[in-house]
Structures are given as C-alpha cells and as structure tokens.
Design a protein around this ligand. Structure first.
Ligand code: PEP
Ligand code: MG
Length: 582
C-alpha cells in the first residue's frame, strides 16, 4: 500500500497514530437500478457471496478475540451473526431482486427499512434499539457489495474493537449532536471532509482534547476502513499508510508532544499573573457536567461558559426543569463557590437538537437562534430560567445571554427573569436574588453598541466565533470559506476593542469565551488589548497560562496599540507573530 498525505485544517493539536474507523454512509450511497431478466441470477449470487463474506469476517473476528476481551464484544458479534443468518436478511432480499428486477444493494436496503419499521413499533426500549444492529449488519453487507469492504485484517479488527483508543474516526461530516456522543468513546482522533475551524463540531473536538482535522475534502473516499493513519492536528495533515521511517519519526514527535504537555503540568497550580503582577482570570468552557473533571484537572479558576444546549441534544423531548436544575446544580456545587457562568439555550444554526433535523430556512445562522429562539418559546425559556435560578442557591452561578442584538431583547429577557423569580418566590423556593446577568457580544451590532448593553448588564462576554462569522460574512461551519475566517481581521479586532472600552467605561468585566481565548498565539495580543478574563477549553488553559507568565503587560499594551492601528490584515499577522517572540 503506497503512502500518501491529505491536507486539511487542523482544529485540535496533537499527534495520533491509529487505524481508520470509517463512519460509513454506505447506506446513503445505495442507488437503485433495474436489471435485465437474464442477469438476475448473477445478482442473486453476488448477494449470496456478500452475505458469505460478511459472515466469514465476523466469525474470524470472533475467533481471534483475545481471551480477556470484554464479553459484550463477543455477544455483539454473535448478535450480528444471528441476524445475518436470519432468513429475513439472507433470503428475502433474493426474492426482492427477482421480483423487482433490482440490484442487490437496493434489495437489502428495502428489506432493512421494512425490518427497522417493525422494530420501531416495539414498546420495549431495549429491543427497539436493536434496530441499530440490523442497520450495522446491513451496512457491512452493502460495503462489500459496493466494493469497499473493511480492509482490517481480522487480527486488527479484534484488536481495534477493544483498543478503541487507537481508532481514528473518519467521517464526511459530524454534527455537534453526534460529536457530543463521542465524549463516551475513546477515539484517538477524528477527521472530516468538511467543516470550519470554529464549527461546533471542531469546538467539541478541542474539548475532547484529541487531535482533529476538518476540511480534508475527500478523506472518507481515499482512506480505507482499518488503514493505518497518522493525524497531525497541529499541521492539519493526515498521512495514510505511512512508511516505517515516517511512522518512527511520528512516534518520536508524538512522544515529544506528550512530554511538552507533561511539562506544562508544572504550572497547573501557579496563578496566571504577568511578570509585572497583573492577574488574568483563566476560566473553562464546558458542554456537559461531566466536563468538570477536566476543568479541575486544568487548574481553571471558574467556568466562563457552560453551553447548556448540549443537554437538549439527541433526544425527542426537552429536558424538564428538574433535569436541568440537577445538571446546573451539579456544576455549581462541584466548582465549590468559584464562578460558574451558565449560558441560556443557544439552539439553532449548526446546533440542532438531533443530527437528522432538517433545517428549512436558507440562512439558519441568521435565523431563529439563541435568545431569539428562547424569546419565541416562552415555556422553554421560563423553564430554563427557573432551573438556573434554583441552582443559583447552590453555588456562584451567573447567567449569560447569547446573541443579543438589540436592547429590547435584553429587556424582554429581564422580564422573563423577573417572572421566573416571582414564580419561585411564590413557592418559597430559594435562589440568589442578586444573580448577575451578562450578555454575549457576538453580533457586530452589539459590539458597536456595547456601551448601551454595558449600562444594563453586569458583565460582557465576547463570543469571537460568531463575532468573526457575522463581521466577515463567513459561515463558521463552511470549509470552502474557512481560509477567509481570520480572527486578526482589523475589523474584528476593532469590535473587540470597542467592547473592552465599553466595559471599562461602565466598570463591568469583559471576557472572551470564543475560540480566540484558547489560542496561545493570541494571548499576548488579547491581554495587551486590556482583557483580564479568558474562557477556553480546559485543554488550552496551561498553554495560555504559560504565555501570561512570560508577559510584560507594559510592553504588550504598546504592541496591541500598534496592531490596532494597522488596517492591513497582511501586516497584522507578522506583527502579532513578532510580538509573540518577546
Ligand atoms: C462564540 O460564538 O464565540 C461562542 C462562544 O459561542 P458558540 O461558539 O457556542 O456559538
Ligand atoms: Mg456564539
């Protein structure tokens, strides 16, 4: 197998070496075509052969399973073998081929749809979910029929099954709703054909602290299931079937990278203070309460952004007040009095409740998203605010409102908050009467008018991911324009500077909680511009802290002024790089 490399956009650094695990969309590739009568028996034979190949593969995996392999793996393969042996999958598609004069892929897909529909009628949830096994088995058969069977040797397959850590997920695209589920898996890396640097999927990759690359264009087509690949998240390069020499070189680099990470651990308990004594607050961004373990391990002094929408994903029903209350309270209590900034629901655009939700409007990022959505769904908003207020009794919770663009949205939000407070008072349920309310500055209109917002809020948090998207008119999730997405664009920097100035004038704190905060190449610029609070994924805290410990604020202020005075992006980049050397 010859080695080759594919270039994309690295969204989470680090090096992973492992076997490709293709998230198949074989089912999507199935086309329907008619066959002349005289070819039907050949098609039936092709189908029988595919079934036999899959059966053989599964048996081989089962035989090669190590003695100490978890029992579930063997049971799971056994279930697949049983399904494959069942007439409904191994025989009925033959009749369909003959009766409908269609291709084998189409026949088994039709039969699968029928079986899945029957499973969906089952009341018992566990049994109902077995439909996934049917889908997986059929996927295997279709892959063989389409001519791209798994390339894993049977030994590799059994190894990979219980050494999940060494698997690299290769997908055309991964929705945020899918990615959040990876938190329960242990993939070594993930790579996708499409996606932008600050898409929510990329953000989740960073929160998983595993290397990942997006915008690889055709990785899923070029890489075979089970192939050995190297993912260099820092450089945005995937090396497929590396030679012995390249593999050895990368193993060395991987060790060096891990050593660097370990070295950073030394400053975990050190305060983030510049050389001239200014303290910078380093907070963590989280998506689910389980992330608190990583927050603690990172040395972050608070939670600067809890994206609550992930609690609402991959489910049919919205979480009720009690479920939300428990999630928020869990985080507040775990942080033991440290600040926990919880953002109200930011659903919409690329964050849909389910991966298969069809977005019907033309510009979902400009549509009914975040606070706009909440204000149009009074019950959902009221429920969340009550849950947040109740949880505020158990820790240092502050509320953050996303996507504000007008003061009237803010005032309506305050009315909702007052209503939620009144309802709790009526029931004698305790909450923090003086709970702080902050607003996200992530729409240019809000940044330009930041002073007006600062007058009516307790703190501001700059969401640079969206601020860049909306300022530069670049869809943050679209890889075709990813090269134009630049946090150093002079207009973006000016909007950040305006927001900082407004906060200073009104004496309220301003932080950055977008991905810019976690990019250690930008730390000196951001604190030079006057920021004293940054919130990022826990995995970035130490590299950002290291920059702060090596900073002279007096110098950085002057440097930042020079950067802000520059109107040409091409000159800003080298200027920032030069100042980082100091
Ligand atoms: C942002 O837009 O920068 C932000 C922090 O919010 P999100 O990434 O969740 O949209
Ligand atoms: Mg945002």
């Amino acid at each position: 197998m010859t080695s080759f490399s594919i270039h994309g956009v690295g969204v989470s650094s680090g090096i992973a070496i492992g076997h490709a695990h293709l998230v198949s969309n074989a089912l999507l590739e199935v086309v329907h075509y008619q066959l002349p009568k005289h070819l039907l028996e050949d098609e039936v034979l092709r189908f029988s052969n595919a079934i036999a190949t899959v059966k053989h593969d599964l048996e081989q995996i089962n035989n090669n399973l190590r003695k100490n392999a978890p029992a579930e793996i063997s049971a799971f393969i056994g279930t697949h073998l049983m399904m494959l042996a069942d007439k409904s999958l191994s025989e009925i598609p033959k009749d369909i081929i003959r009766n409908e004069q269609c291709n084998a892929e189409w026949a088994i897909k039709l039969q699968m749809d029928d079986i899945v529909e029957q499973f969906e009628q089952i009341e018992d949830e566990y049994l109902r979910e077995r439909k996934q096994d049917v889908i997986q088995v059929v996927e295997r058969v279709i892959k063989v029929l389409l001519g791209h069977p798994s390339q894993l040797s049977t030994e590799q397959q059994s190894n990979a099954l219980h050494e999940e850590r060494k698997l690299i997920l290769v997908a055309h695209d991964i929705s945020p709703a899918d990615a959040i589920q990876f938190k329960q898996h242990q993939f070594a890396a993930f790579i996708t054909d499409v996606g932008g640097v600050t898409s929510h999927t990329a953000i989740l990759a960073r929160s998983l602290n595993i290397p990942s690359i997006v915008a690889l264009q055709r990785a899923r087509d070029l890489i075979n299931d089970g192939e050995l690949i190297i993912v260099d998240g820092g450089l945005g390069v995937v090396i497929v079937s590396p030679s012995k020499e390249i593999l050895a070189e990368y193993k060395l680099r991987q060790e060096q990278w891990e050593l660097e990470q370990q070295k950073l651990q030394r400053i975990k308990s050190t305060k983030a203070v510049t050389m001239d004594g200014t303290n910078i607050e380093l907070f963590a961004n989280i998506e689910v309460p389980e992330d608190i373990a990583a927050v603690k391990a990172s040395g972050a002094t608070g939670v600067g952004l809890y994206r609550t929408e992930f609690l609402f994903m991959n489910r049919r029903e919205m979480p009720d007040e009690e479920e939300q209350f428990i999630a928020y309270k869990t985080v507040a209590e775990a942080m033991k009095g440290a600040v926990v900034i919880i953002r109200t629901l930011d659903l919409g655009a690329d964050k849909q409740m389910n991966p298969d939700t069809i977005v019907t409007c033309a510009n979902p990022a400009l549509g009914l998203r975040a606070i706009r959505y909440c204000l149009s769904e009074p019950l959902i908003f009221h429920t969340q605010l009550r849950a947040l207020l109740r949880a505020s009794h158990f820790g240092n919770i502050k509320i953050l409102v996303p996507m504000l663009s007008t003061l009237s949205e803010l005032r309506q939000t305050k009315l909702f908050l007052e209503r939620a407070k009144a309802s709790l008072r009526k029931q004698d349920i305790p909450f923090n009467e003086n709970i702080a309310l902050g607003g996200m500055i992530e729409i240019p209109a809000a940044a330009i008018n930041a002073e007006a917002f600062a007058k009516e809020l307790d703190f501001l948090s700059i969401g640079t991911n969206d601020l860049i998207q909306y300022t530069l008119a670049i869809d943050r999730a679209d890889d075709t324009v990813a090269h134009l997405y630049n946090p150093l664009h002079p207009s973006v920097l000016k909007l950040i500077a305006m927001t900082i100035k407004a906060g200073d004038k009104l004496g309220i704190s301003v932080s950055v909680c977008g991905e810019m905060a976690g990019d250690s190449k930008l730390t000196k610029l951001l604190i030079g511009m006057g920021l004293r609070q940054l919130s990022m994924h826990p995995s970035h805290i130490l590299s950002v802290k290291q920059q702060i410990l090596h900073s002279q604020l007096s110098e950085l202020n002057g440097n930042a002024r020079k950067v802000l005075a520059q109107t040409d992006l091409e000159k800003i980049e080298p200027l920032v790089a030069k100042f980082n050397l100091i």
